[in-house]
Write a protein that binds this ligand. Structure first.
Ligand code: ARG
Ligand code: ZN
Length: 897
């Protein structure tokens, strides 16, 4: 085991190639907790045995911020030494009982890792390395043990005492205390340990699985929140049904619990049988949660539930394999949400939304200083690697495997994976091997070693395509060429295996039959080409006119497609492509093209139109289209984000990007004013509330229309739409309509916004998650003359603000620094200075959250002057701060490298 700091106290990188199996195994763990906020006592009795397969070594147990009282080996006081934070024992027998007694202080645990207190309730977060903050242990995922847990606490203050597995005993103790004992029937790594103790209430439901087995499902929340748990429970039931149906994976526990806490660093955690969630991903009612919240709850409940197999039953050998469980489980939750859609068009909408996240967050990561492979080679702090690359790009890698072996083949591969590895801690190689072995005749099996470059090479590949039309022969030759830019530590890349889904569209919009040279007959209208060389040609025959290629349908690979489409070709795809993803993509390309042209043109002056009449007509056509879904229209009519536009530029002037995009938005608002009005009226009444995709899509389109109408009204000085919007805000029957109306006023900077904001706060002052929205809306508002930073300073002084609560910190600080580029990138650098102060302030409280905030500056080196120099100085100021956590230090050091 490596010490995580060197002799100078500098953090040391952990390297994947240094992995060795543990020198000791811990077979059983018997934990006794006496829970007190100021001093919790933990007695940890373990059965330990030497691993005969590796050279003998002392036993080195991890610990962090623990007070050690006693160590017994086979019941006798044992000699031990401390090496840094590790407890080291020498001269041990081959197998023995080890007993360790420690105390810790959950009340002062602001890092929210290990055992902490939130609103008088105890919670744990052990992934990745939090268990060592509870007791000394081999806190690594390949050490799997059977757990028995005794919880003791004051009965009045902590009536509910939960841990993993089954409740086997409970009773009263002297002095008003009580206890519960839990036994987890499954072996698990320490990161899946959990306990909860406090005043909680639960919604319970009993279900009977297809095999007849009965299960108790529970969602635990604080007393006032029970009426907001129905959707989470429904999502859990749907998840259980889906995993059985799609993958044949049943619930393996008698009891499955979800508990919500308002203080949580991440979204949620898949502790065996006792998932702990951020309240944001549990609580929902139509009055307090938006459609997006409902959808997120469904996918996060699904995600954590699916981890029960992909993560808990089969876990990671080491943390470099994190995507083994996270990429796979994101893929599974994406498929789950898609399969719940009644309409195929709603599936496509979900796919577009997922790709949008990938391209707006993961592509920049892959192009920046924190770029890392899906299976990283080294890290200083593993918490920094819970990234969009591990999660979302990891999911794309799994999706490509499914594309290469087919849906049924992928299910076979999953079955083989569990047949081989149930109960084990394994690697990404083991997963890919199982999928390939179950499909021996597939392209995946044929190309497996090369395919696995997706795990080892960082960076977003570029896929350059060119088309050549031979009218005489009726042949269309598509040349596909791949490359991948250098990333930190990886100068040169080898070619990837890229599945390219493709179709050909006639100029009049017809889908053409696809026949490759040498094939006796056409094979459908959409197919997968597999590019494995640096460059390959694909020749389509039997064509009567030049086709428009629809390349990378459904975003079949996480690459940047470069093709020199003419405007006319893109308009054809936008009007006719049978693949909804590429239809949407055509509009994005047209919008992006217009934005980049205006940004790059030194002559382009503020106030001059950016969008062509042709583009506006096409947008109008989509908006008015009688067959297209509202949700799809909303996606097409939403311009690429400032962040996505910025990524296409070598040098970024964020104010110019902001100004051009705002101009485009305004042009779209005014040119289509009558159409927006029509769209609003068509979609403004969705009847009795239901968060289903179809009605959510109509609300989304009505919301966008309202924003556009208020923007146009600001230009013209027309009071009608702002007035109507305020009315809609007041009368809204659900949070989506209410927050959309409020946002429309805030975005337009209309004076009525102030009144609406005040009313919103008064209405929801007791709803923490809604107050988060209230903060986020203001911190994310468009900047007018530099007014957002002063407002954000004010918001931090608001009585409802607390920097210790991660959701609240995110709602103000991250909304400003990471989600409001036009306000954050100030020519006077005040935004950057403020950022550096907040990173330093947060770092002393919660390093994980601080390190996330530090990432807001990832792309500093692309900035134009004066931003670039000022940004670098701000990062250097953070890096120079003594005693920075290794979380934040790793991020800023990489940024400056
Ligand atoms: N495994 C959790 C999930 O479902 C995330 C836990 C992350 N925890 C952390 N400390 N970084 O995605
Ligand atoms: Zn996960």
């Amino acid at each position: 085991m490596l010490l995580s700091r060197d002799a100078q106290g500098q953090p040391v990188a952990i390297r994947r190639e240094d992995y060795t199996a543990p020198a000791w195994w811990i077979d059983t763990v018997d934990l006794t907790f006496d829970l007190e906020p100021a001093k919790t006592r933990v007695l940890n009795k373990m059965q330990v045995r030497r691993n005969p397969e590796v050279p003998a070594e002392p036993l080195r147990l991890h610990g962090d911020e623990l007070n050690l009282a006693r160590v017994l080996v086979n019941g006798q006081g044992a000699s031990f030494r401390m090496e840094g934070s590790e407890l080291v024992l020498d001269g041990l027998p081959d197998a023995f009982a080890l007993e360790i007694f420690t105390t810790c202080c959950p009340a002062k645990n602001t890092k929210l890792m290990g055992l902490f207190v939130s609103q008088d309730t105890f919670f744990t977060q052990c992934e990745a390395e939090g268990f060592r903050r509870i007791t000394y242990f081999l806190d690594r995922p390949d050490v799997m043990a059977s757990y028995s847990v005794l919880l003791r606490a004051d009965k009045a203050q902590y009536p509910v005492l939960l841990s993993n597995g089954n409740l086997v005993e409970e009773g009263d103790l002297p002095e008003g205390r009580h206890f519960t004992r839990w036994v987890d029937p499954f072996k698990k790594p320490s990161y899946l340990f959990a306990l909860v103790a406090g005043k909680l209430v639960s919604r319970s439901q009993r279900i009977k699985a297809r095999n007849g087995r009965e299960h108790l499902l529970q969602v635990y929340v604080r007393a006032g929140d029970l009426d907001k748990t129905e959707h989470a429970m429904r999502s859990l039931v749907n998840s259980i049904v889906w995993d059985e149906l799609r993958f044949g994976l049943p619930l393996d526990l008698d009891r499955f619990m979800i508990v919500a806490t308002s203080d949580f660093n991440m979204g949620a955690m898949e502790n065996k049988g006792l998932n702990i969630f951020n309240t944001k991903y549990v609580l929902a009612s139509q009055a307090t949660a938006t459609d997006a919240d409902f959808a997120n709850i469904e996918s996060v409940v699904g995600h954590e539930y699916f981890h029960n197999w992909t993560g808990d039953r089969v876990t990671c050998r080491d943390w470099f394999q994190l995507s083994l469980k996270e990429g796979l489980t994101v893929f599974r939750d994406q498929e789950f949400s898609m399969d719940l859609c009644a309409e195929p068009s709603a599936r496509a909408v979900k796919r577009i939304e997922d790709v949008r996240v990938l391209r707006s967050a993961q592509f920049p990561e892959d192009a920046g200083p924190m770029a890392h492979p899906v299976r990283p080679d080294s890290y200083i702090e593993i918490s920094n690697f819970y990234t969009v690359t591990i999660y979302e790009k990891g999911a794309e890698v799994v999706r490509m495997m499914q594309t290469l072996v087919g849906r049924a083949g992928f299910t076979r591969g999953m079955q083989l994976y569990f047949d081989r590895h149930d109960g084990q801690a394994v690697t990404c190689d083991d997963f890919a091997q199982a999928i390939a072995d179950a499909n021996p005749d597939s392209e995946l099996a044929r190309l497996l070693p090369q395919f696995k470059r997706w795990y080892s090479q960082a960076g977003t590949p570029r896929l350059a395509a060119t088309g050549q039309w031979d009218a005489q022969a009726g042949r269309y030759t598509l040349q596909l060429t791949q490359s991948c830019p250098p990333t930190p530590g990886q100068e040169h890349k080898q070619p990837f295996v890229i599945p390219v889904n493709i179709g050909l569209v006639a100029a009049d919009g017809r889908a053409l039959a696809l026949q490759l040279e040498g094939e006796p007959a056409p094979q459908g209208e959409s197919r997968t080409l597999v590019l494995s060389q640096a460059s390959e040609q694909f020749v389509f025959t039997g064509l009567s006119a030049e086709p428009v290629p629809s390349i990378l349908r459904g975003f079949s690979a996480p690459v940047i497609l470069e093709f020199d489409f003419s405007d006319a070709q893109l308009l054809t795809l936008l009007a006719h492509d049978g693949d909804p993803f590429n239809r949407w993509e055509a509009a994005q390309r047209l919008g992006l093209r217009a934005a980049l042209a205006a940004i790059r043109d030194p002559q382009h002056a503020a106030g001059t139109p950016v969008l062509s009449a042709q583009f506006l007509d096409a947008m109008r056509e989509v908006l008015r289209h009688p067959q297209l879904d509202a949700a799809f229209k909303e996606l097409v009519l939403t311009l690429p984000t400032e962040g996505y536009i910025a990524e296409q530029l070598d040098v970024v002037d964020p104010q110019r990007v902001h100004a051009v995009r705002e101009a485009m938005r305004l042009q779209l608002a005014t040119a289509l004013a009558a159409d927006w009005q029509w769209a609003f009226e068509e979609n403004s009444d969705t009847g009795a509330y239901s968060p289903d995709p179809a009605s959510a899509g109509r609300r989304a389109l009505a919301g966008l229309a309202l924003t556009q109408l208020c923007l146009a009204a600001r230009e013209s000085g027309d009071p009608v739409w702002p007035g109507k919007t305020l009315q809609r805000f007041k009368n809204a029957g659900n949070m989506t309509d209410r927050v959309n109306a409020l946002s429309a006023l805030v975005v337009a900077g209309h004076p009525l916004a102030q009144q609406a904001l005040a009313r919103f706060h008064a209405l929801f002052k007791d709803e923490a998650l809604v107050i988060d929205k209230w903060f986020a809306l203001q911190a994310g508002a468009p900047d007018r003359g530099g007014d957002v930073l002063p407002l954000v300073r004010q918001l931090m002084k608001h009585p409802d603000f607390s920097i210790k609560n991660p959701n609240r910190a995110r709602s103000v600080i991250f909304s400003y620094c990471s989600a409001n580029p036009g306000a954050f990138h100030r020519p006077d650098a005040a935004g950057y200075v403020w950022w550096s102060e907040r990173v330093i302030e947060l770092d002393a409280i919660n390093p994980q959250v601080a390190a996330r905030l530090a990432r807001a500056m990832d792309r500093w080196s692309k900035l134009a002057e004066p931003y670039r120099t000022a940004a670098r100085e701000a990062i250097a100021r953070v890096a120079a701060k003594p005693e920075l956590s290794k979380d934040t230090l790793e991020v800023v050091t990489r940024a400056l490298a």
